[in-house]
Design a protein around this ligand. Sequence first.
Ligand code: GLC
Length: 558
Amino acid sequence: MKAARQASDLWWKNAVIYCLDAETFLDSDGDGCGDFAGLTQRVDYLAGMGVTCIWLMPFFPSPDLDDGYDVTDFYGVDPRLGTLGDFVEFVRTARHRGIRVIADLVVNHTSDRHPWFQAARSDRDSPYRDYYVWRDTPPADGDEGVVFPDAEDSLWELDEQTGQYYLHRFYAHQPDLNVAHPAVRDEVAKIIGFWLELGLSGFRVDAVPFFLEIESEVGDVDLDPHDYLRDLRAFLSRRRGDAVLLGEVNLDPAEQRRFFGDEDGDELHMLFNFIGMQAMYLSLARADAGALEEALRALPPVPPDNQWASFVRNHDELTLDKLSDAERAEVFAAFGPDEDMQLFGRGLRRRLPPMLDGDQRRIRMVYSLMFSLPGTPVLFYGEEIGMGENLAVEGRLSVRTPMQWSDERNAGFSDGDASTLPIAVVEDATYGSSAVNVADQRRDPESLLNWMERLIRRRSECPEFGWGEWQLIATAEPALFAHRCDWEGSTVIAVHNLSSRACTTTLEISEPDDCEGLIDLLGDRDEVPLEAGGLQLDLDPYAYRWFRVRRRGQRLLP
Ligand code: GLC
């Protein structure tokens, strides 16, 4: 049974997830806006790269004041992107190419233009009033925990018409839904059920801790948020056994664990590894693996049927909020020294390649590292070709510029007028589409794109990383991050040199009795000897190496 489960039920344990926004991927009709018809044309591109799951950023009707994270209809498709019919054609095409689709589930809040909120604010007696959270006066701590401090100074906004304040964790135009209200919980289940029925394989759950927050007057409601999350997960699994919930839970490690659920892991299947990501940048800035090692050691143990999701970059500011002020200052100094590169005092609005001055060896080392960390790798569109950011674009949108397909007009994204694009393309000579685009990189065997495709293929062939138990391997070189993953009698070892110095090291790896040597999984050498004293390695600056212990009788791909 185990083999069957590994092959499909927990497909996300060894997936390669690719996040994109249909709005900025490909415009099929020249109106300037990307759409589902365009995205469908590019499914083969993603399949060719080895992507196994697409995560769609919000595509629902929206006034687009938070790039679609402000929804006015949870059961529809934004007409700019196409129709429900186009959506289903896309999901069907992806499935045909072996790619599953998940989507953002944004139910912490709605847009203030959502009919529920319009009704709720029209009258205190509206049946929708309790869909949201109201107070006569904002609580004393109402200005704490504001997520977007550039725009808001309180979590509570006065609704003039009805004279009460409503809760909004994010922008004031995003009133929080009240999960303490049974009708809201029913709606959330219905939304999940609806999209599963249309072919989704699960959801990236937006802002989970805020969504679960029960803002009730004392004694009001008897609802344990984790019981609720467990119920939601059970509902999802009843409707579709292999569906996944991938949660945005950027909390301290001790708090994160609860979101996986009890020993059986019966809440969120996967959590983004925000802690590991932040520590990775600190380690990169210091050229010292210590911070990353410490962060991984501090992670809570993951129940067997759960998983971390690893990433280098997501669609938001690259948050460094879990680092100390001094540590964050180090990362800022290394990778985003100008104020304009920083956001909210806690993050960076740059993509990786410009942060690393375009150093290809270092960029590849970082992706090799991310793909080998315990968990499932998640790419943000454009990372595979090394896209940069457009700092001229406001706030977090700097990294959400249109996909760069070619050096043609509008980066080959759209035939429309540049003024009609949702976000302006990157223009500069180093990262603009004349220098960085899919078409050129496809023709160049040494390009980042072709390298990424090989990396993805290798990663997919190494279930040990996704399924196995991981362990750090001590080295005498602070710049080296070395670890191993063991799974069902199979072992992979990865070594990354975070520094610009060449290093020589011996990794202490005891030679298993049935070991016939080490297979070099990324390099061009076939076999590396594993000697009694361990593994001797000469590592170039920013070297990345993956090995598999070749065991007698083992039939994994060499
Ligand atoms: C999440 C999303 C972010 C969005 C916010 C409000 O943090 O990642 O992009 O603005 O939720 O929905």
